[in-house]
Design a protein around this ligand. Structure first.
Ligand SMILES: [Zn+2]
Length: 184
């Protein structure tokens, strides 16, 4: 069964707490992503933590360095997420089409662990995780990076590409392949 598959991938460390449950999610949409975040001041941090300078993409059979031509922080974040998603598809050579992955960006690891505990009734050991059932990447501002995003986007692409999913170990190897080759 594909439903309910989770992929939690990296070792984690912990940090402080916030009263965040009452906060409302803000949403913005890019070509490949629905990005949910808790407040606009966090967007700047998210933007500064995601570096796509070293990522190149195939464009009409040429290798190009994708440009970010906007000054708006939210537009920059959207563009960066799309660049990483496109690159993940390119690395895997899998283009499942029609997917828009949701990304929920919590403030810190402690929040993320709380969400995981509520969902799966066990402790989280990852910096981020992807849930097929909700087609959502769960991640925090504290540990967000282009590598972690690429890895989880890889899981989303893999899970939507195969009709019969390969074994979990193989999925993980493929997702690791994405983040290790992100800047090739
Ligand atoms: Zn993984």
């Amino acid at each position: 069964m594909k439903l309910g598959i989770i992929t939690a991938c990296l070792l984690f460390c912990c940090s402080g707490s916030f009263s965040w449950a009452a906060q409302k999610w803000k949403k913005m949409e890019s070509e490949y992503c629905e990005i949910y975040f808790l407040n606009y001041s966090e967007l700047k941090k998210i933007n500064s933590k995601i570096n796509v300078f070293s990522i190149s993409l195939n464009f009409k059979k040429k290798i190009i360095k994708p440009k970010i031509k906007t000054k708006s922080v939210s537009e920059k974040v959207k563009r960066k997420f799309d660049i990483i998603f496109k690159k993940a598809e390119e690395i895997l050579n899998m283009y499942p089409g029609g997917i828009k992955v949701k990304i929920r960006i919590y403030l810190n690891q402690k929040q993320l662990n709380g969400v995981y505990r509520k969902m799966f009734k066990r402790e989280n050991k990852a910096l981020s995780f992807y849930v097929y059932k909700t087609n959502t990447i769960y991640i925090s501002v504290q540990h967000i990076s282009e590598g972690v995003l690429a890895h989880e986007m890889g899981h989303c692409i893999i899970d939507h590409y195969f009709v019969i999913l390969p074994p979990r170990k193989v999925q993980e190897i493929l997702a690791i392949y994405v983040d290790t080759h992100l800047k090739d």
